[in-house]
Design a protein around this ligand. Sequence first.
Ligand code: FE2
Length: 409
Amino acid sequence: MLIRDVRIEGAEPADIRVEDGVFAEVGSLEPKEGEEIVDGGGRLVLPPFVEPHVHLDTCLTAGDPEWNQSGTLFEGIERWAQRKESLSVEDVKARAGKAIRQQVAFGAQAVRSHVDVTDPNLIALRALVELREELADYVTLQLVAFPQEGIESFPNGRALMEKAADLGVDCIGAIPHFEFTREYSVSSLDFACHLAAERGLLMDVHCDEIDDPESHGLETLAARAYELGLGEKVTASHTTAMGSYNAAYFTRLLRLLKLAKINFVANPLVNIHLQGRIDTYPKRRGVTRVKELVEAGLNVSFGYDDIFDPWNPLGTGNQRDVVYAGLYITQMMGYQQICDSYRFITHNPARALGITDSYGIEVGKPANFIILDAETWYDALNWSAPVIGNYRAGKLIAATAPVEREVFF
Ligand code: FE2
């Protein structure tokens, strides 16, 4: 297959040849006899989007059985407790499967989902393990053992984490800011880091998702990651307390973060909505320090977090929306920052997920790519350009027709 006249990551127009599911050639190419030709029309081609942080077990449940009327995190937990009663393997698979198809339609091919494992029956995890297998030809799904109600603070929390590891999660999670005490917070991270190291798994921790400037889970996570040599296998998600840390502490912390080389995932859409709720005024923004982390050379990605569930009553899974809002929220609206922002949902999360060996538009790699209906990322972002083709191993797995607008005056 020859894809003609496309701008790979915004570069000058070129052609791409795909053979046997891999990128065979990139450059100015002539069609071979009988070769299938796709006319790119000068459009933008990117490696597929990578969703680094979503909760597929709770997705698509907003309003079922009741709506979150206050919009708060706490009422979200109450509404979820109601919905959780009717959880079944079929229910989780149906909802998560639908959400994944939406994500793929919007350009994703890899998704990391947190799965609540503070459930003695691990229903959601069993469902998502099955789905990971069933959809493997279309999407790379990574699952995180996410202890929503704590490791040390939930009955048999440690045993459930180990059971989740036995069932085949890709990543070990933790939730240090939710544990009963500071001591539990530290010991839960010790436990999680050692479990990940022993099992050779990745880590992704819900870390300091709170406006409390005294929430210091991140320093423990980074120190253990550094000491155990886990570094790039570890992701700290949310880290919203960092938005409340004082400058002296943040400066000290940054040295450790650079040594540890851990990854970060900010969830600007959901955190701007859920954090800062207990403040009167001035009201904090409740988002981690994306600009400062990026400037320090750390790997930062943007996640959707919640898709139409008790904590986010809106949302389709379209990652473009997170970048669009995220640039406003993190005040990263400089021209070059906007041009580079596709990296928050492509190369950066690919690194966090540890999939870079098979990721990117390079000869010899799997022919995974998307074609957007715009010439540049700047325009694609601004106009919410649809992904007109999502190709995996050279095969079209999702398509959206270009939008045509007509004005009658
Ligand atoms: Fe989350």
